[in-house]
Design a protein around this ligand. Structure first.
Ligand SMILES: Cc1ncc(COP(=O)(O)O)c(C=O)c1O
Length: 378
């Protein structure tokens, strides 16, 4: 590497501006202005760069308390995680009102999806899921040779539980319900969701993906953790990637009754990293950042929806950190047009290739997004 290239690299990593001495001496990082993730790269936005609204992240994260906890723990990275996993497991269990043997901390909730497939579908069988939905579990299942039933959402873009129930048979080893669903953002009526999971759990294993549950704008909307507490065949996944703003750290968890957790845990070879564990623990304590993130999400979502209303564009009733709207333009064409306006949007979700998923992003960036939509659709 040329010296100038190296200087450029260090500069872009935020190290020349003050980070490097801290890395070398092991001192704590100062709280502002130096650490790479405090730079504008952290929020995925710079002049001349794209506003990244493609992956449903929380661009405000991580919170200051998380940054501090991570910098304080930096010296621990020479160790494999062990006790930190146990400590976080206990804390999550306490928060969820279960014992620690109900929890498995995973490398993002995506690892939980993979491990559940390995536990229940690696010897064949069938998976029932909505279409469209978050594809990771379906992809893993097909890679294991399982058959995947993709059941179309209903005309309101809501997961069609009755149709899913009809697809279940003696070979069904897993049923995947993502609620709120990605990419539609829609939720199921409380009673229907509870009834469906209760009944299906008598026949097979039900996996409830609740990574967006914090964003549900309805009081006392139930988590399916209540069914786990009643010892049912239900696995719930949660994440620190969304409202807690830690997507890049890759940390999430599963909740299920102990026999299920122990069956899945046997297949977990790798473990979440120490900084992610420390960050997750700090994030759980930071109620201010949690509320701040939810408020910002509501404001940004409202701004997007107002613009869509103004343009007469149809969108779903989203209870997540994104909006799914019918652009009427093929997603590949729309992506190019939006990128010309500095906005990066979500990928195609077959068969709704003329719909667009737009993550909410920073409230401060929304005027650019509103202008982009207006200029394309008027
Ligand atoms: C519904 C759903 N489940 C799971 C995930 C994976 O999240 P994680 O970052 O916890 O692996 C995502 C990510 O966008 C998602 O949308």
């Amino acid at each position: 590497m040329q010296l100038t290239d190296r200087r450029q690299w260090l500069k872009s990593a935020g190290l020349l501006s003050g980070g490097l001495p801290f890395l070398l001496t092991g001192q704590s990082w100062p709280s502002t202005g130096i650490f790479p993730w405090e730079s504008s790269d952290n929020i995925g936005y710079q002049t001349g760069d794209l506003i990244k609204l493609s992956s449903n992240e929380n661009p405000y994260g991580p919170s200051d308390s998380v940054k501090k906890a991570m910098s304080d723990a930096f010296g621990k990275v020479c160790r494999y995680p062990g006790r930190d996993i146990d400590a976080l497991t206990e804390k999550i269990a306490f928060r969820e009102g279960v014992s620690a043997d109900h929890i498995l901390i995973t490398i993002g909730s995506t690892e939980g999806l993979k491990l559940a497939v390995l536990a229940y579908l690696r010897n064949g069988g069938e998976l029932v899921a909505a279409q469209p939905t978050f594809e990771a579990m379906l992809t893993y299942a097909e890679a294991c040779g399982a058959y995947v039933h993709r059941v179309p959402v209903d005309k309101h873009m809501v997961t069609d539980l009755q149709a899913m129930s009809r697809r279940c048979n003696a070979d069904t080893k897993l049923v995947f319900v993502c609620n709120p669903n990605n990419p539609t953002g829609t939720i199921l009526p409380e009673d229907e969701m509870t009834h469906f999971c209760t009944e299906m759990a008598k026949r097979t294993m039900v996996f409830c993906d609740e990574v967006y549950i914090d964003y549900i704008n309805r009081k006392n909307y139930p988590s399916m953790i209540s069914l786990v507490k009643n010892d049912m065949n239900v696995i719930v996944s949660r994440t620190f990637s969304k409202v807690y703003g830690l997507a890049g750290l890759r940390i999430g968890y599963l909740i299920a009754r102990p026999e299920i957790i122990s069956r899945i845990k046997k297949l977990q070879i790798d473990r979440p990293n120490i900084l992610a564990l420390v960050a997750a623990e700090a994030a759980m304590k930071d109620d201010d950042f949690y509320s701040f993130s939810l408020n910002k999400n509501n404001v940004s979502k409202k701004m997007i929806c107002e613009t869509l209303d103004h343009l007469g564009i149809k969108y779903t009733d989203s209870h997540a950190n994104f909006v799914f709207f019918k652009s009427g333009i093929h997603i590949n064409t729309l992506s190019k047009k939006m990128e010309e306006k500095s906005v990066q949007i979500g990928r195609a979700f077959a068969p709704f290739t003329d719909w667009c998923r737009l993550s909410t992003g920073r409230t401060e960036d929304m005027p650019v997004v509103q202008e982009a939509l207006k200029s394309i659709f008027t």
